[in-house]
Design a protein around this ligand. Sequence first.
Ligand code: FAD
Length: 400
Amino acid sequence: MMVANPDSDAGDVTYVALGEDYADIRDGVRRVCADYPAEYWRDKDEESEYPHEFVDAMTQAGYLGALIPEEYGGAGLPIRAASVILEEIHASGCSAAACHAQMYIMGTVLRHGSEAQKRAYLPGIATGELRLQAFGVSEPTTGTDTTQLKTRAVRQGDHYVVNGQKIWTSRALQSDLMLLLARTTPADEVKKRTEGLSTFIVDLRESVGNGLEIQPIPTMVNHNTNQVFFDDLKVPAENLIGEEGSGFRYILDGMNAERVLIAAEAVGDGRWFIDKSVSYANERVVFGAPIGKNQGIQFPIAKAYAQIQAAEMMVRKAAALFDDGKPCGAEANMAKMLASEATWEAAETCMQTYGGFAFAKEYDVERKWRECRLFKTAPISTNLILAFVAQHVLGLPRSY
Ligand SMILES: Cc1cc2nc3c(=O)[nH]c(=O)nc-3n(C[C@H](O)[C@H](O)[C@H](O)COP(=O)(O)OP(=O)(O)OC[C@H]3O[C@@H](n4cnc5c(N)ncnc54)[C@H](O)[C@@H]3O)c2cc1C
């Protein structure tokens, strides 16, 4: 929540309250997570399996519907509460990667969908009956330059015909629905390259084998990510979200929520690494003393702790701005960048603290280390955040 400082005469200067801590939600999330110990995640990682049981438990407990308004069957909570849920999942040693996307993807339907679409999808997403976990934006040949994407959707009567390819579409095999961004007007026929892109809900249950093919990509983390091929896929025109041609704006809207939530997960992972490091540094005795007695071991842990705390402050600020309906692009991006870097430092510190044992899978450090590396690359890589801050906040020349 934003409050004006009554003692300030500095125009629009505002102060951001720390935000609620939601102790009850944290306790509740931790209780669910307690049923999914490290061995569960280790096995899923080994087998590259989707954690259905965990996702079902989180859905049944109502946490994945946190941001869906009560009138559509959700909890109607602010993003601050959702970020606490995801932070706590990660701090407990679990992973929200399998299910976090529905929190921010459904925001596009909520903010820009028709009443009929909201009634058709949101209650089912809240109960878990429908999974909207797949987000088809990235393409192999265009990378971060999203407006150049090549997947085309052409209107033909009461449906669109989609052709093209997406990459890194996570959870497509475990999802019922996918939010798709495709070009509806050729790039050379629009004034601005951000125009002419549209968002659609694709029903994967009907589409797989009927113009849509999903191919899993083996990766260094268990992220259930895929390539998706569209070959004359028919999507009913009623599945278009909002206005044709405005899809890029709708997607950008959701990206601030995505950044805040992913940053909260990174903070949670950072807390997990710090806890593991402190415990091990206190227990492991070498040269007749706990290794944590050495400043070479304790200083990196203390530094990583301080960096996680600082990143958490930026997550709170971004969430407060978002919940107040204020512009938060810079803060959401900076929160994601700072949290991903702080967590990576914590992960590296934990690897070093554990010495050789860090490499043994049974300690989970190497798995969490692999997993948290993704935050520096996806959903947006650090360089692109720095370019955003340089150009849009600091007024430096555009580099692209
Ligand atoms: C496991 C995983 C899951 C994912 N899940 C999804 C998903 O569900 N849906 C989805 O749509 N996408 C998903 N992604 C894609 C992800 O968002 C992109 O990989 C990420 O945004 C980076 O884009 P890119 O890989 O195309 O990199 P590129 O755009 O090719 O960039 C490569 C490198 O060059 C740098 N670079 C590029 N342009 C500039 C510039 N102008 N200035 C400075 N540096 C630059 C980048 O920072 C990066 O380091 C996922 C990716 C991974 C790895």
